[in-house]
Design a protein around this ligand. Structure first.
Ligand code: HEC
Length: 428
């Protein structure tokens, strides 16, 4: 079966097989732009202009459409963003759910940094790969580089190239057109030799050798994981791997008791930790045991009743300041147990909130100062201890201030200095 090929229409030119196209040099921006316009109005589309600097208006003149690269960047960013959030969710809420301070297992906000980073990273990959792919790289040879005058495109000439694959390209006609628009040194782009189209054998061989070599570590790892050996493993920095030391919490035959950690010598005191004064440090008289952690003990249990330090105005002022920082949130500025935290907790009606004791309550007013001091230091039932946050002297300051607060409610005339007592009566 054979069909007779239709006669070629006039418009389709004979393409000379020895030519890849034509280049022509121009010595001004205006002439090259004009040449582009003339060629395009003649129907030629596959035109490229090589210039030592960017030319305004050239993209429009060439009819270049916007690059698809930004879309690639957006797609990469979207994938990165999605996978960042997915990763954070999967790790925190699925693979290793771990409640920290009652926070939700997954939340968008803490996942944003990683999602943001991945978005940037993936967008960069997309742009990098896209630029290479859209640029038609890698290219083994560029025939234009064979033309000596082409090099001036990086110096002082504007070089216009017409690709022979253009449907309106015609070696003779296009050459004449280029001459006409003022192109200098119109030259054929030489054809690509078949040898140049192929990747050289040596490159293939080198690539093959590299591929094989790249497998070696993987094979060695696979072998090591699937076989056993009686030899010790390779150790490059042996004094780091094998340190002559005893690890804590391990047995040790060196000491008779078999422990590698040594107990402290009896009576050891850390620097600045000598606290022999029980009244001052524990709020109780000596001989009533060590640390008084249990504040539910009876008041008769040796709590000091007098302050073991001088109470002056500066101590009370300091105590007031500390009280307002550490205690007022729960107990309220006036000590009635109506601090902001309390109000909020009651508003939320969680049902589990234990209301802070009013410091004006009769039992608290009757407590010895040592017991109040102990409540602050070690906490009471639901109330946490503040020993780690409030130094000893400040704790006594708070106790003094609490006493002053209590006085404001339960004061009697006996508390008022006799010289101002008459004035007070007058006021009432
Ligand atoms: C986080 C809230 C909170 C803070 C802060 C707080 N307390 Fe309390 N306090 C409580 C609660 C709750 C109770 C009642 C505990 C219970 O009955 O289980 C309590 C009880 C007390 C009592 C009564 C102890 C007893 O013997 O019954 C005293 C005294 C006291 N607090 C003093 C203080 C002082 C002084 C501070 C500041 C250093 C302070 N509290 C800070 C919540 C707090």
């Amino acid at each position: 079966m054979s069909t007779v090929a239709p006669p070629r229409p006039e418009a389709v030119p004979e393409i000379e097989p020895e030519s890849n196209g034509l280049v022509a040099s121009f010595n001004s921006v205006d002439t090259v732009l004009e040449a582009v316009r003339v060629l395009r109005s003649g129907g030629i589309e596959r035109i490229d202009v090589h210039s030592p600097h960017p030319i305004h208006g050239l993209d429009d003149a060439l009819g270049l459409k916007g690059s698809p690269l930004p879309w690639g960047a957006i797609a990469g960013a979207a994938i990165g963003l999605g996978s960042g959030i997915w990763m954070a969710w999967w790790m925190n809420a699925v693979d290793y759910p771990f409640i920290i301070s009652g926070k939700p297992l997954f939340s968008i906000i803490p996942s944003l940094p990683i999602a943001f980073e991945l978005a940037i990273l993936f967008a960069a990959f997309a742009v990098f790969g896209g630029a290479i792919a859209f640029g038609g790289m890698p290219k083994l040879a560029n025939q234009k580089f064979r033309i000596p005058s082409f090099a001036r495109a990086t110096d002082d000439r504007y070089v216009l190239a017409v690709d022979s694959r253009d449907k309106c390209f015609d070696l003779v006609g296009t050459r004449a057109l280029l001459d006409e628009v003022g192109g200098e040194g119109v030259t054929d782009i030489p054809p690509v030799a078949t040898s140049e189209k192929r990747i050289p054998r040596t490159v293939w061989m080198a690539a093959a050798v590299l591929c094989v070599l790249a497998l070696v570590p993987a094979v060695l790892i696979a072998k090591a994981r699937n076989s056993t050996s009686t030899k010790p493993r390779l150790s490059f920095v042996s004094d780091m791997d094998h340190q002559p030391k005893f690890k804590p919490q391990t047995t040790n035959s060196f000491f008779p008791d078999g422990r590698s950690m040594r107990p402290q010598v009896e009576g050891t005191v850390a620097r600045d930790d000598l606290r022999e004064d029980d009244q001052y440090y524990l709020g109780r008289n000596s001989g009533h045991g060590g640390l008084a952690a249990n504040a539910a003990e009876k008041d008769s249990d040796g709590w000091v009743t007098a302050f073991p330090l001088t109470v002056d105005e500066s101590l009370i002022r300091r105590g007031r300041e500390r009280y307002q920082i550490f205690c007022a949130t729960c107990h309220g500025q006036g000590g009635d147990g109506d601090g902001l935290v309390t109000l909020r907790a009651l508003e939320l009606e969680q049902g589990t909130w234990v209301k802070p004791t009013s410091l004006h309550a009769e039992p608290i007013r009757g407590q010895p100062v040592g017991r109040l001091f102990n409540s602050i230091s070690n906490g009471v039932r639901k109330m946490p201890g503040y020993a780690s946050q409030i130094p000893v002297r400040d704790r006594w300051g708070i106790v003094a201030y609490v006493r002053a607060l209590q006085r404001t409610r339960a004061a009697t005339s006996a508390d008022v200095p006799s010289e101002i007592l008459p004035n007070m009566r007058e006021l009432n």
